[in-house]
Design a protein around this ligand. Sequence first.
Ligand SMILES: C[S@@+](CC[C@H](N)C(=O)[O-])C[C@H]1O[C@@H](n2cnc3c(N)ncnc32)[C@H](O)[C@@H]1O
Length: 205
Amino acid sequence: MPKDNSDFFKHKKIWSEVKDELLGCYMVPYFNKILSMGNPILYVDCFAGKGKFDDGKAGSPLTALQSLDKSIEAYHGRYPMPTVSMKFIELNHYQDLDSNIPLQHLGRCKVIVGKFEDNIKPLLQNAMSLNRALNVFLYVDPYGVKVLNATLFDSLAVAFSTAELLINLNSFGFIREACRVKKVTFREREKMKFSVTLKSMIARF
Ligand SMILES: C[S@@+](CC[C@H](N)C(=O)[O-])C[C@H]1O[C@@H](n2cnc3c(N)ncnc32)[C@H](O)[C@@H]1O
Protein backbone atom coordinates (compact mmCIF):
# COMPACT_ATOMS: atom_id res chain seq x y z
CA MET A 1 0.00 0.00 0.00
CA PRO A 2 1.46 3.43 -0.87
CA LYS A 3 2.54 5.50 2.11
CA ASP A 4 0.23 8.33 3.17
CA ASN A 5 2.24 11.54 2.74
CA SER A 6 -0.64 13.96 3.33
CA ASP A 7 0.96 15.53 6.42
CA PHE A 8 4.48 15.67 5.00
CA PHE A 9 4.54 19.49 4.95
CA LYS A 10 2.75 20.12 8.29
CA HIS A 11 5.92 20.17 10.41
CA LYS A 12 9.44 19.87 9.13
CA LYS A 13 10.66 16.52 10.43
CA ILE A 14 14.22 15.79 11.49
CA TRP A 15 15.04 13.89 8.27
CA SER A 16 13.88 16.85 6.18
CA GLU A 17 16.03 19.16 8.32
CA VAL A 18 19.06 16.95 7.65
CA LYS A 19 18.30 16.68 3.91
CA ASP A 20 18.01 20.43 3.48
CA GLU A 21 21.08 21.08 5.61
CA LEU A 22 23.06 18.82 3.27
CA LEU A 23 21.53 20.52 0.23
CA GLY A 24 22.36 24.00 1.58
CA CYS A 25 25.92 22.98 2.49
CA TYR A 26 26.47 21.55 -0.98
CA MET A 27 24.88 24.36 -2.98
CA VAL A 28 26.95 27.27 -1.63
CA PRO A 29 30.34 25.91 -2.82
CA TYR A 30 28.65 24.62 -5.99
CA PHE A 31 27.29 28.07 -6.91
CA ASN A 32 30.58 29.74 -5.87
CA LYS A 33 32.59 27.47 -8.13
CA ILE A 34 30.27 27.38 -11.14
CA LEU A 35 29.54 31.12 -11.10
CA SER A 36 33.28 31.77 -11.24
CA MET A 37 33.45 29.76 -14.49
CA GLY A 38 31.21 32.32 -16.20
CA ASN A 39 28.62 30.04 -17.84
CA PRO A 40 24.92 30.08 -17.03
CA ILE A 41 23.38 27.66 -14.53
CA LEU A 42 20.14 25.73 -14.74
CA TYR A 43 19.01 24.38 -11.36
CA VAL A 44 16.04 21.99 -11.36
CA ASP A 45 14.29 20.84 -8.20
CA CYS A 46 12.50 17.84 -9.70
CA PHE A 47 10.08 17.15 -6.79
CA ALA A 48 9.97 20.61 -5.29
CA GLY A 49 7.15 20.47 -2.72
CA LYS A 50 5.65 23.61 -1.18
CA GLY A 51 8.80 25.69 -0.93
CA LYS A 52 8.08 26.21 2.74
CA PHE A 53 6.68 23.86 5.40
CA ASP A 54 3.47 24.88 7.21
CA ASP A 55 5.53 25.66 10.35
CA GLY A 56 7.40 28.31 8.33
CA LYS A 57 10.63 26.36 7.82
CA ALA A 58 12.27 26.44 4.40
CA GLY A 59 11.85 23.47 2.06
CA SER A 60 14.32 22.55 -0.67
CA PRO A 61 13.41 25.38 -3.13
CA LEU A 62 13.93 28.10 -0.52
CA THR A 63 17.04 26.36 0.81
CA ALA A 64 18.59 26.43 -2.67
CA LEU A 65 17.62 30.10 -3.11
CA GLN A 66 19.19 30.99 0.26
CA SER A 67 22.40 29.27 -0.85
CA LEU A 68 22.31 31.22 -4.09
CA ASP A 69 21.90 34.48 -2.11
CA LYS A 70 25.06 33.67 -0.14
CA SER A 71 27.01 32.95 -3.33
CA ILE A 72 25.74 36.09 -5.07
CA GLU A 73 26.86 38.12 -2.06
CA ALA A 74 30.33 36.55 -2.25
CA TYR A 75 30.41 37.18 -6.03
CA HIS A 76 29.62 40.89 -5.66
CA GLY A 77 31.89 43.26 -7.60
CA ARG A 78 33.55 40.63 -9.79
CA TYR A 79 32.82 39.87 -13.48
CA PRO A 80 29.23 40.17 -14.81
CA MET A 81 27.26 37.42 -13.14
CA PRO A 82 26.15 34.49 -15.30
CA THR A 83 22.40 33.89 -15.36
CA VAL A 84 21.01 31.40 -12.88
CA SER A 85 17.68 29.90 -13.80
CA MET A 86 15.76 27.93 -11.17
CA LYS A 87 12.99 25.52 -12.23
CA PHE A 88 10.75 23.82 -9.70
CA ILE A 89 8.70 20.83 -10.87
CA GLU A 90 5.76 19.99 -8.62
CA LEU A 91 2.68 17.85 -9.16
CA ASN A 92 0.47 18.80 -6.20
CA HIS A 93 1.58 21.84 -4.21
CA TYR A 94 2.41 24.20 -7.07
CA GLN A 95 0.11 27.01 -5.87
CA ASP A 96 1.71 27.16 -2.41
CA LEU A 97 5.11 26.89 -4.02
CA ASP A 98 4.39 29.75 -6.40
CA SER A 99 3.34 32.03 -3.55
CA ASN A 100 6.31 31.02 -1.37
CA ILE A 101 8.99 32.17 -3.82
CA PRO A 102 10.59 35.38 -2.46
CA LEU A 103 9.89 38.47 -4.55
CA GLN A 104 13.53 39.17 -5.31
CA HIS A 105 13.86 35.74 -6.97
CA LEU A 106 10.69 35.77 -9.07
CA GLY A 107 12.60 36.74 -12.22
CA ARG A 108 14.86 33.69 -12.12
CA CYS A 109 12.31 31.11 -10.87
CA LYS A 110 9.64 29.14 -12.68
CA VAL A 111 7.22 26.62 -11.21
CA ILE A 112 6.49 23.80 -13.64
CA VAL A 113 3.15 22.22 -12.88
CA GLY A 114 2.93 18.47 -13.44
CA LYS A 115 4.91 15.28 -13.26
CA PHE A 116 8.69 15.06 -13.24
CA GLU A 117 8.56 12.13 -15.68
CA ASP A 118 6.54 14.17 -18.23
CA ASN A 119 8.44 17.43 -17.90
CA ILE A 120 12.12 16.72 -17.34
CA LYS A 121 13.08 15.66 -20.89
CA PRO A 122 11.37 18.57 -22.71
CA LEU A 123 12.81 20.97 -20.13
CA LEU A 124 16.39 19.71 -20.62
CA GLN A 125 16.04 19.43 -24.41
CA ASN A 126 14.79 23.01 -24.61
CA ALA A 127 17.61 24.22 -22.35
CA MET A 128 20.17 22.37 -24.46
CA SER A 129 18.87 23.84 -27.71
CA LEU A 130 19.26 27.34 -26.24
CA ASN A 131 22.72 26.87 -24.74
CA ARG A 132 24.98 23.81 -24.68
CA ALA A 133 27.43 25.57 -22.40
CA LEU A 134 24.93 25.32 -19.56
CA ASN A 135 25.81 23.93 -16.16
CA VAL A 136 22.93 21.77 -14.97
CA PHE A 137 22.13 20.74 -11.43
CA LEU A 138 19.23 18.39 -10.66
CA TYR A 139 17.94 17.93 -7.13
CA VAL A 140 15.87 14.76 -7.01
CA ASP A 141 13.85 14.17 -3.85
CA PRO A 142 10.85 11.94 -4.65
CA TYR A 143 8.59 10.07 -2.22
CA GLY A 144 9.56 6.83 -3.98
CA VAL A 145 11.97 5.58 -6.64
CA LYS A 146 9.47 4.21 -9.18
CA VAL A 147 9.29 7.34 -11.35
CA LEU A 148 13.06 7.59 -11.74
CA ASN A 149 14.46 6.39 -15.05
CA ALA A 150 18.24 6.04 -14.85
CA THR A 151 18.76 6.38 -18.64
CA LEU A 152 17.82 10.04 -18.30
CA PHE A 153 20.67 10.58 -15.88
CA ASP A 154 23.16 8.70 -18.09
CA SER A 155 22.63 11.15 -20.95
CA LEU A 156 23.17 14.28 -18.84
CA ALA A 157 26.95 14.18 -18.69
CA VAL A 158 27.40 14.36 -22.48
CA ALA A 159 24.67 16.94 -23.07
CA PHE A 160 25.87 19.85 -20.94
CA SER A 161 29.02 21.67 -19.94
CA THR A 162 28.69 20.17 -16.48
CA ALA A 163 25.88 18.16 -14.93
CA GLU A 164 25.38 17.22 -11.30
CA LEU A 165 22.70 15.21 -9.55
CA LEU A 166 21.82 15.12 -5.90
CA ILE A 167 19.41 12.25 -5.36
CA ASN A 168 17.71 11.62 -2.06
CA LEU A 169 16.18 8.18 -1.61
CA ASN A 170 14.32 6.63 1.28
CA SER A 171 16.53 3.63 2.06
CA PHE A 172 13.65 1.20 2.83
CA GLY A 173 11.81 2.23 -0.33
CA PHE A 174 15.02 1.75 -2.27
CA ILE A 175 15.63 -1.73 -0.80
CA ARG A 176 11.98 -2.71 -1.39
CA GLU A 177 12.24 -1.67 -5.05
CA ALA A 178 15.60 -3.42 -5.48
CA CYS A 179 14.04 -6.63 -4.09
CA ARG A 180 11.10 -6.28 -6.49
CA VAL A 181 13.41 -5.87 -9.50
CA LYS A 182 15.59 -8.82 -8.40
CA LYS A 183 12.47 -10.87 -7.57
CA VAL A 184 13.55 -11.32 -3.96
CA THR A 185 10.85 -11.39 -1.29
CA PHE A 186 10.92 -8.34 0.95
CA ARG A 187 9.52 -9.14 4.39
CA GLU A 188 8.08 -6.26 6.38
CA ARG A 189 8.85 -8.13 9.65
CA GLU A 190 12.52 -8.28 8.61
CA LYS A 191 12.31 -4.56 7.98
CA MET A 192 10.92 -4.03 11.48
CA LYS A 193 13.67 -6.16 13.01
CA PHE A 194 16.26 -4.18 11.06
CA SER A 195 14.69 -0.93 12.17
CA VAL A 196 14.70 -1.96 15.85
CA THR A 197 18.33 -3.13 15.61
CA LEU A 198 19.30 0.15 13.97
CA LYS A 199 17.49 2.20 16.62
CA SER A 200 19.13 0.26 19.47
CA MET A 201 22.53 0.68 17.81
CA ILE A 202 21.94 4.44 17.51
CA ALA A 203 20.76 4.54 21.15
CA ARG A 204 24.01 2.84 22.24
CA PHE A 205 26.05 5.58 20.58
C1 LIG B 1 9.60 14.31 -0.67
S1 LIG B 1 8.54 15.60 -1.24
C2 LIG B 1 9.70 16.85 -1.69
C3 LIG B 1 10.11 17.72 -0.56
C4 LIG B 1 10.98 18.87 -0.97
N1 LIG B 1 12.16 18.41 -1.69
C5 LIG B 1 11.42 19.65 0.28
O1 LIG B 1 12.42 19.26 0.90
O2 LIG B 1 10.77 20.64 0.59
C6 LIG B 1 8.04 15.03 -2.83
C7 LIG B 1 7.20 16.04 -3.60
O3 LIG B 1 7.01 15.54 -4.92
C8 LIG B 1 5.68 15.79 -5.33
N2 LIG B 1 5.38 14.76 -6.36
C9 LIG B 1 4.87 13.51 -6.20
N3 LIG B 1 4.89 12.84 -7.37
C10 LIG B 1 5.45 13.67 -8.28
C11 LIG B 1 5.77 13.54 -9.66
N4 LIG B 1 5.52 12.41 -10.33
N5 LIG B 1 6.33 14.59 -10.28
C12 LIG B 1 6.59 15.75 -9.62
N6 LIG B 1 6.31 15.94 -8.31
C13 LIG B 1 5.75 14.91 -7.65
C14 LIG B 1 4.85 15.69 -4.08
O4 LIG B 1 3.65 16.46 -4.19
C15 LIG B 1 5.81 16.28 -3.04
O5 LIG B 1 5.59 17.65 -2.90
